[in-house]
Design a protein around this ligand. Structure first.
Ligand code: F6R
Length: 264
């Protein structure tokens, strides 16, 4: 039977982060796995919880490989707002991962080399789990709304709204890069399992487009997730209410697990 998206409704974003970290940890303990990782404000709590599990519970990343969704074009890896810096700072430098097995696309390479290197890594390692955040325009990775889906790694010009959303991490809008390199929609859908963490009122509209019907439209890129057989959406009740999708969430709820949380 066709599997649908499943939804885990939480009390708040902190609980969402803890549940997402738990879903990541479930994969990490299998050993010799590859994780697709995301950055952004929504994910900070997930990495904090993974660090906590590493320190307090001995969760080991020794045999884990990772690949990130995207990177700004033109930012050196050492730039404080580069996604390489984000990953080092928020996770890699605090756990027992072998950084040689972590790939964040290199946004300062010549374009052909950058895409070849990134796509080469993606094609060489199937991802066991892909983490995603959601843009307020519905983007996943940096796949912005467009008349078509771009399947593989590509360079994208960021929408003004995306740059404005990310301005909070920079000192001015002018400093936010105008281009990024991102996994394509096909790369994202190639992961065995996808976990989408939705946080913040600006995500209500794309969340509704994802959950309220069966339409897949490149103008709202996250709707491509309806084509994947194993997607878990983690969202807090307040946001589900704001988006008017509580009924849809209840219909897509996962099974109960021991601690009363919902999952597929
Ligand atoms: C980041 C990424 C983006 C973000 C999205 C949400 O690597 O791929 O799609 O996940 O823009 O960002 P926040 O969490 O800052 O709202």
């Amino acid at each position: 039977m066709r599997k649908k998206l499943s939804v885990i409704l939480t009390g708040d974003h902190e609980e969402s982060c803890s549940i997402v970290a738990g879903l990541v940890a479930e994969v990490v303990v299998r050993g010799d796995v590859c994780l697709g990782l995301a950055t952004g404000g929504s994910m900070e709590g997930v990495y904090a919880e993974l660090r906590r599990r590493h320190d307090a519970e001995g969760l080991s990343f020794r045999s884990v490989a990772t690949v990130n969704l995207d990177e700004y074009v033109g930012l050196e890896p050492s730039h404080v707002q580069s996604y390489r810096h984000y990953m080092d700072h928020k996770l890699f430098d605090h756990v027992d991962i072998d950084k040689a097995r972590t790939c964040v696309p290199r946004g300062t390479l010549p374009r052909d080399k950058m895409l070849e290197e990134f796509q080469g890594f993606l094609d060489s390692r199937p991802r066991d789990l892909q983490l995603l955040g959601l843009g307020s325009n519905g983007h996943i990775g940096f796949n912005e709304p467009a008349p078509f889906f771009a399947p593989w790694a590509h360079v994208v010009t960021l929408e003004e709204g995306t740059r404005r959303d990310n301005q909070r991490f920079f000192s001015s809008l002018d400093e936010v890069p105008s281009q990024a390199v991102t996994m394509g929609i096909g790369d994202i859908l190639n992961a065995a399992r996808i976990v989408l963490l939705v946080h913040g009122p600006s995500k209500a509209e794309p969340l509704r487009a994802l959950l309220q019907d069966d339409r897949v439209c490149p103008e709202v890129p996250c709707t491509a997730l309806k084509l994947h057989p194993d997607v878990v959406v983690v969202v807090d009740r307040g946001l589900a209410r704001l988006a008017g999708v509580e009924k849809e969430c209840a219909g897509l709820a996962g099974e109960e697990i021991d601690d009363g949380q919902k999952r597929r």
